[in-house]
Design a protein. Structure first.
Length: 284
C-alpha cells in the first residue's frame, strides 16, 4: 500500500519573500498612513470590472496591511480585472477598533465610487474578496444596508457590492470571541466590537445582519490550522437558514497562506468564482 501523501503548508515567508509587484496608483481617503487604497489597473481600455480586496491580519495593523495582497492583486490585473485593495486602521492603532476600523473600511470602499470615472471602473461589476479577518470585513461591507438605524456605522450611500468571496474568513464575531482556538485570540474581538456597549455585535457581526441579500462564496482550506473549519460551516448554516445564497468550497491540501498565493488550487478556484460573479453581475 502506498504511503499517504503528506501536506506541508505554505508559511508567510514563503509568500512575502517573493519579488513584490507594485500597484498603478495609491489613493488616500484620510490623513492616517493606513487610510490608503492601492489601485491595480489592467491595460484594457473598456470599463474595468473591479475586485474590492480586503486584507486580514486579525484586524491588527502590526500583523498585516494591504501589501499582503499584492501578489493576488497583480495576478488579477494580469487577468484583466482591476483591484481596489483597501487598508484600514487596526485595533492596535490610534483611531482603530470600534468604530474606526469599520468606518475606515467603509470610507475606503465608498471612495471607489468617487474615483470610478478617473480609473474607468465599472460600478455595476464589483466583487468583494476578503482574506481571514478581511473576509469578515468584506461581508460586512456588503451588508451595510442592514445595519441598525441607530448605528454610528451607517452611511447614506454605501457602495453596492454584487458578490462576496470570503477566504478563510471569520464572519461570526460572537462565535470567534467564544473560540480561543480561532487563530486571532479572543481579546482582539473586544477591541474590535467596542466595550461598554449594550450589544456590541448588533452592527459588527455578520449573522446579526442576515440576510444581507448578496450571493456569497466561502473558500476554506481543509488543512487550515489558523482558522477552524467550523467557522465556515456554522456560518453557512446561519446564512442559509436566513435565506442568503451562500456556498462553501472546501479545498484539499490547503492551509491559510495558500488562500492568497497565486499559484495554488485555492486561488485558482477563487479566480473562477470571481470571473463567474463579474459575468453574472454584468447581466443585471
Amino acid at each position: 500500500m502506498a504511503a499517504a501523501k503528506s501536506f506541508t503548508p505554505l508559511t508567510w515567508p514563503d509568500l512575502t519573500s517573493r519579488p513584490r509587484p507594485t500597484p498603478d496608483a495609491t489613493v488616500s481617503y484620510g490623513p492616517d498612513r493606513m487610510q490608503k487604497v492601492d489601485v491595480w489597473l489592467p491595460k484594457r481600455t473598456v470599463k474595468r470590472p473591479v475586485v474590492l480586496m480586503v486584507h486580514g491580519g486579525c484586524w491588527q495593523t502590526s500583523i498585516a496591511d494591504r501589501k499582503l495582497m499584492d501578489w493576488i492583486a497583480a495576478d488579477l490585473r494580469a487577468d484583466g480585472i482591476a483591484v481596489w485593495n483597501i487598508d484600514y486602521r487596526g485595533v492596535d492603532r490610534d483611531g482603530g477598533g470600534y468604530p474606526g476600523t469599520f468606518t475606515d473600511a467603509a470610507q475606503a470602499a465608498d471612495q471607489l465610487a468617487v474615483d470610478a470615472k478617473k480609473y474607468n471602473l465599472d460600478l455595476t461589476r464589483v466583487v468583494a474578496v476578503g482574506h481571514s479577518a478581511g473576509g469578515h470585513l468584506a461581508l460586512w461591507l456588503a451588508g451595510r444596508s442592514k445595519l441598525p438605524k441607530t448605528s454610528p456605522l451607517r452611511t447614506a450611500k454605501p457602495l453596492k457590492i454584487a458578490h462576496v468571496i470570503s477566504l478563510g474568513g471569520l464572519p461570526d464575531l460572537e462565535a470567534t470571541a467564544a473560540s480561543p482556538d480561532n487563530g486571532c485570540g479572543t481579546e482582539v474581538i473586544a477591541k474590535l466590537v467596542g466595550t461598554g456597549r449594550t450589544d456590541p455585535y448588533t452592527d459588527t457581526s455578520i449573522p446579526r445582519l442576515l440576510p444581507i441579500g448578496v450571493p456569497q462564496d466561502l473558500i476554506n482550506g481543509r488543512e487550515d490550522r489558523i482558522i477552524p473549519y467550523r467557522m465556515a460551516t456554522n456560518y453557512i448554516a446561519k446564512a442559509s437558514k436566513a435565506g442568503d445564497k451562500v456556498i462553501l468550497h472546501t479545498i484539499p491540501d490547503t492551509g491559510h497562506v495558500e488562500l492568497i498565493a497565486p499559484e495554488t488550487l485555492a486561488w485558482g478556484e477563487t479566480k473562477r468564482l470571481i470571473r463567474a460573479a463579474l459575468s453574472e453581475s454584468g447581466k443585471q
